[in-house]
Design a protein around this ligand. Structure first.
Ligand SMILES: NC(=O)c1ccc[n+]([C@@H]2O[C@H](COP(=O)([O-])OP(=O)(O)OC[C@H]3O[C@@H](n4cnc5c(N)ncnc54)[C@H](OP(=O)(O)O)[C@@H]3O)[C@@H](O)[C@H]2O)c1
Length: 423
């Protein structure tokens, strides 16, 4: 099996590359001819491999150098297309249309190579289909499978590999494509409800409002050369920011509720009891069995996780399932973030929190809310504030959904566009 990576020099691309090589797959890692891309290609080719760093406190896995063996890295798009049975796109989502256009020009459509979006954000496939054709197979991860950082051109730090990952299969897939995808990513819960990942876009909820509302403070820290803790100082300690995040989250959940999808934590229908029941079952099973064991995980999936994997849930519920921050009914987002160990460590504000998450998150969420007559005041306020501050027009550049009919969007999000292949 041959895996292509478009964006092998990014923080996520290097993590995919290191893990694929570790598992013995043959890979072509494509990097752009940017300065960073070229430095990456030169360094990895010179060393004939990539250095995978792991945190010191991880038990059972040490940092190690991984050889390329039969794999290659380079900047030849035709080679990427010729080589790959599947292509993982691993860069911020607002570059996807540009990337897909280049892949089309290099002949990808004729080969119909399934695409995997390392982190898909909101409403990406409809924009891809307008370039590649309506049913092109696209796998959308709800979030990147890693927390990773680029330390030098020839190395990557994988801070964490995420469990309980969800991916939606969108478009028409051949059975062998699905088998291949499941083989490469066995830890993932697959479904065919695009809303589960599209409206499951937690980056849009967590990233934008704190970045925009705390912008002056963040810049002040930068000027003084001091570190700013994005989650602790920017959210946990700011109740006004927390309230804004919660309002944005409710717009997202109300859209899902309007579409008759399974929702947890929505103001109209919180369904806290059902959540508690499911989480208790998952925790009990995790205690009894080793969740890292794929066979056991499969049983768990079928029995308990399936219901959650096709649902859209609040930021607090997301912290529960993702970071084991047990849901306390009625708890504010500030308090839940304060209790999240990974956020207590330093987490620096990043430009992509607005440059990516506004055009691929808040803009399409606002557009959907408008179509369905759902309150979106806080989303509008944050986009307007950002546009004014930076003198841009996010709605003109972002996924404003103008080219799609409402009927199409509803059908798309609820999984009614394609016949469902067995997964
Ligand atoms: N890293 C994480 O821990 C993490 C965690 C959660 C979610 N995510 C999500 O995962 C996705 C990828 O994140 P990342 O950390 O890998 O991003 P990243 O490394 O911060 O992305 C920036 C890189 O994107 C590349 N790029 C710039 N312009 C481009 C263009 N026009 N076309 C294609 N690539 C371009 C550049 O790499 P070159 O100059 O080398 O080409 C640039 O250095 C994002 O959606 C992000 O939100 C990441």
């Amino acid at each position: 099996m041959k895996i292509g990576i478009y964006g092998a020099s990014t923080q996520s691309g290097k993590a995919f590359l290191a893990d694929f090589l570790l598992k013995g797959y043959n890979v072509y890692g494509y990097a752009r001819s940017s300065q960073r891309g070229l430095e990456f290609i030169n360094e990895v080719n010179k060393n004939n491999g990539i250095m995978l760093e792991r945190p010191d406190d991880i038990i059972g896995e040490k940092s190690q150098f991984i050889e390329l063996k039969n794999s290659k890295v380079g900047n030849d798009l035709e080679k990427l297309i010729d080589y790959s049975d599947i292509i993982v796109i691993s860069h911020p989502s607002h570059y996807v249309e540009e990337t897909v256009t280049k892949l089309k020009e290099a002949g990808m459509v004729e080969k119909r190579i399934p695409l995997v979006l390392g982190c898909s954000r909101t409403l990406t496939p409809p924009y891809i289909w307008s370039i590649l054709g309506m049913d092109y197979p696209v796998v959308c991860f709800s979030t990147l499978p890693y927390s990773s950082k680029s330390l030098s051109p020839g190395s990557v730090l994988i801070k964490r590999r995420k469990k309980n990952l969800v991916a939606s299969l969108e478009g028409e897939f051949k059975d062998e494509d699905i088998d291949l995808i499941k083989q490469i990513f066995p830890q993932v819960l697959y479904n065919q409800i695009p809303a589960s990942t599209s409206l499951g876009n937690i980056g849009a909820v967590f990233h934008v409002a704190p970045y925009v509302l705390n912008y002056e403070e963040i810049k002040e820290y930068e000027r003084k050369g001091k570190a700013y803790s994005f989650y602790m100082q920017g959210i946990a300690e700011k109740s006004d920011v927390g309230k804004c995040i919660e309002a944005i989250d409710q717009t997202r959940l109300n859209i899902a509720y309007y579409l008759n999808l399974s929702v947890f934590g929505c103001s109209f229908s919180p369904r806290e009891e059902r959540w508690k029941e499911i989480m208790n079952k998952i925790r009990k099973a995790q205690l009894e069995e080793n969740i890292d064991n794929i066979a056991n995980l499969k049983t768990l999936k079928q029995d308990y996780l399936k219901e959650i994997s096709t649902a859209v849930f609040s930021a607090q519920h997301w912290l529960d399932i993702t970071y084991d921050v047990r849901r306390i009914e009625g708890e504010s987002i500030c308090s839940a973030i304060r209790r999240t160990p990974t956020y207590q460590k330093m987490s620096v504000p990043q430009k992509r929190y607005v440059e990516e998450d506004i055009p691929t998150g808040l803009v399409p969420l606002e557009a959907l809310a408008k179509r369905f007559n759902i309150n979106h005041d806080e989303i509008t306020y944050i986009i307007d504030l950002y546009d004014e501050k930076f003198n841009v027009d996010s709605r003109a550049k972002g996924r404003n959904l103008e080219k799609f009919e409402t009927e199409f969007l509803v059908k798309y999000l609820t999984g009614g566009l394609f016949k469902h292949a067995p997964i």
